[in-house]
Every structure is written in structure tokens, then in C-alpha cells.
Design a protein around this ligand. Structure first.
Ligand SMILES: CC(C)(COP(=O)(O)OP(=O)(O)OC[C@H]1O[C@@H](n2cnc3c(N)ncnc32)[C@H](O)[C@@H]1O)[C@@H](O)C(=O)NCCC(=O)NCCS
Ligand SMILES: Nc1ncnc2c1ncn2[C@@H]1O[C@H](COP(=O)(O)OP(=O)(O)OP(=O)(O)O)[C@@H](O)[C@H]1O
Length: 205
């Protein structure tokens, strides 16, 4: 089994790359998805969030109101740290379960862990004991990512900049990259690089 970390800033194209790798045969594990599972209704994670942030972060049906919580935590570093402390251990547990499952299903599988926060506090320890075979970084300038968030996701410019301000710098991510995928061009350009990466990965195994 090969374990690949796929990281990048918000709206850098991680999902575009992760989905293509999955199409080519990789097992994709998405940290954002695991973070959602960690706070499903009835979960200890959601209970802890309600204790810390109050009932206003729940919607009427008892689910997490993500927009409300996002507005709080992306404007308050301490609140974001508290949220990370609640959610990240459970993400980590779900990740290890996912990796074990992939290994049991196929010893030769290529597992791609798509994780926005690999170099930030909370998740960075992952690289030490998980032993990634390679770290792939989706790389596009922050300004371009702001434009994507505004145009494609309907975010305000302030919101988009706040999200970026709460993440590591492009330089910090580049410093841990074994493979850099330039996502500043067309999607076809990105996909082409992913196909080349897949060829390299499967030649090795
Ligand atoms: C604050 C929440 C509810 C906002 O939800 P929302 O649906 O608006 O965003 P979503 O979860 O889809 O995340 C979108 C992107 O925001 C960025 N982001 C999310 N969480 C964080 C964080 N803790 N720190 C910095 N950036 C973050 C990432 O680039 C991510 O890909 C949610 O992001 C959350 O629960 N975050 C804490 C858990 C976490 O760290 N998730 C990231 C992967 S483990
Ligand atoms: N060259 C490119 N490579 C990848 N995505 C691109 C490119 N050009 C434009 N895009 C668009 O930019 C957006 C990138 O979103 P994507 O969900 O792949 O990023 P992400 O890094 O997973 O974001 P998030 O951190 O929010 O999960 C998509 O809407 C995609 O269509």
C-alpha cells in the first residue's frame, strides 16, 4: 500500500485532483468529509461543540449550522483552536480506520488522504507516525484562490480572505511538497499533471 497526502490551500484544487486520482484507481479519504462525520447529530463531537459554542450553532433539525459556526471560528483564533481540538482527534481516528480498511481490501492500493491542514496545528503530527510515501501539494496563488471562492462559491471577498488568513502560507506548504501540482492554469492542465503523477505512482508499486 502507498499512502499519499494531498494538501493545498482553500480552493487550490485538492478535490479536483483527489477525484481524478480516485477515478484512476486510488482510494480517496477526504478530511473535510471525516470532519463532517465527526459532528453528525448524536455524536460526542457535536455535543462538545454545543457545550463550547452554545445552541445557536445548531439548525432547527439539530444538525450543525456550518455557516454559523464558520462565521464564529474564522473570526476568532481561540475559537478555531477550540473547534480543532474537538474535531481533529476524531478525524484522526476515522482516518486510521479508513487506511486499515483499504489495506485489508488490497495490499497494493494507493490511498490518497486529501487534507487541507497538513502543515497547520492539529493535523501536522499525522505525517510523523503515518509515514506518507509522498506529499502532493496543489499550488495556486492566494489571489487566484480568492477569485475562485468569490466567483465559484459565492463567498464575499472578506470571507474568502479570512479563510486564507487562517491557513498556512503557500511557502510553508511548498516546503513539505514532494510533488507540486500547478493548479493556476486550466483544469485540463491540472488533470494532465494528475495523470502523470498516477503513472509515476503505479510504476513504483
Ligand atoms: C468551521 C466549519 C463548520 C465550516 O464549515 P464549511 O462547510 O463552511 O466549510 P468546509 O468544512 O467545507 O471547509 C472548507 C474549507 O475551509 C477550510 N477550513 C476548514 N476548517 C478549517 C480550519 N479548522 N482551519 C483552517 N481552514 C479550515 C479548508 O480549506 C476546507 O477545505 C468546518 O470547516 C469545520 O468544522 N472545521 C473544523 C474541522 C476542520 O479542521 N476541518 C478541516 C479538515 S480536518
Ligand atoms: N487549474 C485548476 N485546477 C483545479 N481547479 C480549478 C482549476 N481552475 C479552476 N478550478 C476550479 O477551482 C475550484 C477548486 O475547487 P476544489 O474543490 O477542487 O478545491 P479544494 O482545494 O478542494 O477546496 P477546499 O479547500 O475548499 O475543499 C473548482 O471549482 C475548480 O473547478
Amino acid at each position: 500500500m502507498q499512502l499519499i497526502a494531498l494538501t493545498g490551500g482553500i480552493a487550490s484544487g485538492k478535490s479536483t485532483i483527489g477525484k481524478k486520482l480516485e477515478e484512476l484507481g486510488a482510494v480517496r479519504i477526504d478530511a473535510d468529509q471525516l470532519a463532517r462525520e465527526a459532528v453528525e447529530p448524536g455524536s460526542p463531537g457535536l455535543e462538545l461543540i454545543t457545550q463550547r459554542f452554545g445552541g445557536d450553532v445548531l439548525s432547527e433539525n439539530g444538525e450543525l449550522n456550518r455557516a454559523a459556526l464558520g462565521t464564529i471560528v474564522f473570526n476568532d483564533t481561540e475559537a478555531l483552536n477550540d473547534l480543532n481540538t474537538i474535531v481533529h482527534p476524531e478525524v484522526r481516528r476515522l482516518l486510521v480506520t479508513g487506511i486499515d480498511r483499504a489495506r485489508q481490501n488490497d495490499l497494493d492500493s494507493v490511498v490518497v488522504y486529501e487534507v487541507p491542514l497538513l502543515v497547520e496545528a492539529g493535523i501536522e503530527n499525522a505525517s510523523e507516525d503515518l509515514n506518507f510515501d509522498a506529499v502532493v501539494v496543489a499550488d495556486a496563488p492566494a489571489e487566484l484562490r480568492v477569485q475562485r471562492m468569490i466567483q465559484l462559491r459565492g463567498m464575499s471577498e472578506d470571507e474568502a480572505r479570512q479563510r486564507i488568513a487562517n491557513q498556512a502560507s503557500d511557502e510553508a506548504r511548498r516546503a513539505i511538497a514532494d510533488v507540486l501540482i500547478d493548479t493556476s492554469g486550466t483544469e485540463d492542465h491540472t488533470i494532465h499533471q494528475v495523470e502523470e503523477l498516477w503513472q509515476q505512482l503505479t510504476r513504483q508499486s
